[in-house]
Design a protein around this ligand. Structure first.
Ligand code: NAP
Length: 550
């Protein structure tokens, strides 16, 4: 890397020229830096955090852990890492996941190519030079041929638009931006707003510590038990032995299978037996109980009723049990929470559920909040209101592609992309696990690996050209966007006000963003086998046979 720095002690390049900039030091970003380097390219990674970790750097709230089993939520690209790392639990805690990421960063010396504490603010494409100019909050101006946005789908915290938030006198913690030092809730009255995956994990732990806990719930979520437990060497060995099978299964991680549309509705007995079994085993495998769980309202109703019945048996107060039972959207079309003791926490004498459907928040006050019918006092406030998901981190940057077109304008009515990987008119810019790809459905870590590998192959494919540019055609993009929507429309997903649809952010266009169709990797491989149909190399589009003969 050629650099000129303003301060010889800082490794901050004020100006630099590299082959590739990677934005983000989470799982996908680190892997991208590793791969690009191995390919012999100069690379600069940039992250707003002070160290590696991505979402796992920020999400330090009590109870934070992954709801994908640790053995699956691990890189597949390094046999060495797999051999040397041992997970201690079925569902790893945030500190353990962060240690894993740090272990990988140390092992492959990945930090040396990163600028930390630095936020990318803008990126402009210079058509003549075939170069991106990447600008940062620290005043850097980096020239790069390629830009990989590994900015994470859940990385821009969403704060509730509630009057008075700034007036609260006590500490306010967002789960997605938790302090590094332990927050001690002992002897405190704590309010929590939000009952998605983050709230559902944090609430039982805070309840054990706080003197009093008020949970402000707008919409109840479906949650299934984790049944977490220790992992043994045998578990690791068994997983290694099953690795080929696991790798094969990646193809359809999280997708709605095509068999869903012809599958019969299982009998009540069959459903009950299956759900009982899955409830006892725990985890999000509940989502694949039946192929048509996310396409048939009738089958879905059975799963929803089963979970509601479980809540009634766990929660002693019938009114609280009712309030905790999700009824406004089908099971699984908002991300299902995976919990430890969540519902049972509401049996504790120090925990009270406030149902915001009955009494909406009117204002936060200096010592609590007021709803339409009540006044609640607490000393500390935890905000678990989620993220501006999938597009938030990308659109936080001012990205300008060919002919001065702005990504913010291109995506004003919702994200447009080909394969969730590239946007027409933004050459050599890659959205790793971007909207339009399976990304957050299934296992985002492994979807990220797949995207990085694909980008590297695209770059390799283009490498023969002088000053290579890779773009996608408007036609391929339009077709893909329509396909993503059509696949989602055949499922129950669009019914719910989920962050998959941007429905959690006031004013955000309501567009279903992840790809839930079958065979995403196969489609990507087929496109590659046909010379990358739908992509453009140095402005020459690769057309399908039918388009050529048209
Ligand atoms: P979330 O699922 O978006 O949940 C946000 C919660 O805040 C919802 O209950 C929402 O209610 C509530 N809320 C938002 N604005 C509000 C307002 N103005 N007033 C009152 N309540 C409000 O966010 P999250 O829990 O942070 O989870 C986001 C995603 O991150 C998850 O779906 C998951 O994919 C990932 N995650 C994973 C893990 C894990 O691996 N275990 C842990 C945490 C997060 P409404 O539903 O009414 O909007």
């Amino acid at each position: 890397m050629q650099t000129t720095t303003s301060d010889s002690k800082s490794r901050l390049p004020v100006a630099a020229r590299v082959d590739a900039v990677v934005v983000g030091a989470g799982f996908a970003g680190l892997y991208a830096v590793h791969r690009l380097r191995k390919q012999g390219m100069t690379v600069l990674g940039i992250d707003a955090a002070s160290d590696v970790g991505g979402t796992w750097y920020w999400n330090r709230y009590p109870g934070a852990r992954c709801d994908v089993p640790s053995l699956n939520y691990s890189y597949t690209w390094s046999e060495e890492v797999r051999r040397e790392w041992r997970w201690s639990e079925k569902y790893a805690t945030q500190p353990e996941i962060l240690r894993y990421i740090q272990f990988v960063a140390d092992k492959f010396d990945l930090r040396t190519d990163y600028l930390f504490d630095t936020r990318v603010t803008a990126a402009d494409f210079d058509e003549d030079a075939g170069t991106w100019y990447v600008k940062t909050s620290a005043g850097d101006r980096i020239e790069a041929r390629y830009v990989l946005l590994a900015t994470g789908n859940l990385s821009v915290p969403n704060y509730p638009k509630v009057p008075g938030l700034g007036d609260f006198a006590g500490p306010v913690y967002h789960t997605g931006k938790w302090p590094h030092q332990k927050v001690d809730f002992r002897g405190k009255r704590v309010g929590v707003i939000g009952t998605g995956s983050s709230g559902v994990q944090a609430i039982p732990i805070i309840a054990e510590e706080a003197e009093e806990l008020l949970v402000f719930q707008r919409t109840p979520n479906f949650s299934v038990p984790a049944h977490n437990g220790p992992l043994t060497d045998e578990d690791h060995l068994r997983f290694e032995a099953d690795l080929p099978k696991f790798r094969k299964s990646l193809e359809n991680f999280g997708r709605v299978p095509s068999s869903a549309y012809s599958a019969p509705v299982p009998s009540d007995e069959e459903q009950r037996a299956r759900y009982n079994h899955l409830w006892e085993n725990g985890g999000e495998s509940f989502l694949v109980a039946f192929p048509n769980l996310l396409t048939s309202q009738e089958v879905n109703d059975g799963a929803a009723a089963f979970v509601r019945e479980k809540i009634r048996t766990i929660v002693k107060d019938p009114a609280t049990a009712r309030a905790l039972s999700a009824t406004t959207s089908p099971f699984g079309v908002k991300r299902v929470c995976v919990d430890t003791n969540y519902f049972a926490t509401f049996n504790r004498p120090n925990v009270k559920l406030v149902n915001l459907r009955q009494e909406p928040i009117e204002t936060i006050t200096h010592n609590g909040l007021m709803t339409s019918t009540g006044r609640y006092e607490f000393d500390e406030l935890v905000i678990a209101t989620g993220y501006d998901a999938m597009t938030g981190a990308i659109l936080a940057m001012d990205i300008q592609g060919r002919d001065g077109r702005k990504l913010r304008d291109e995506w004003a009515a919702g994200p447009q992309s080909y394969l969730g990987l590239m946007v027409h008119g933004f050459p050599n810019l890659f959205t790793i696990t971007g909207p339009g790809s399976p990304s957050v459905i299934g296992n985002v870590l492994l979807h990220g690996e797949h995207h990085v590998d694909y980008v590297l192959r695209l770059i390799e494919h283009a490498a023969g050209k002088q000053e290579p540019t890779i773009d996608v055609t408007a036609e391929a993009q339009d077709k893909w966007v329509a396909h993503v929507a059509a696949v989602a429309d055949k499922t129950l997903f669009p019914i719910a006000n989920s962050w998959y649809l941007g429905a959690n952010i006031p004013g955000k266009p309501r567009v279903f963003m992840p790809y839930v169709g079958e065979g995403y990797r196969t489609k990507c491989a087929e496109i590659a086998a046909l010379g990358y149909v739908g992509f453009c190399f140095n402005e020459t589009p690769v057309l399908s046979d039918s388009a050529k003969s048209a």
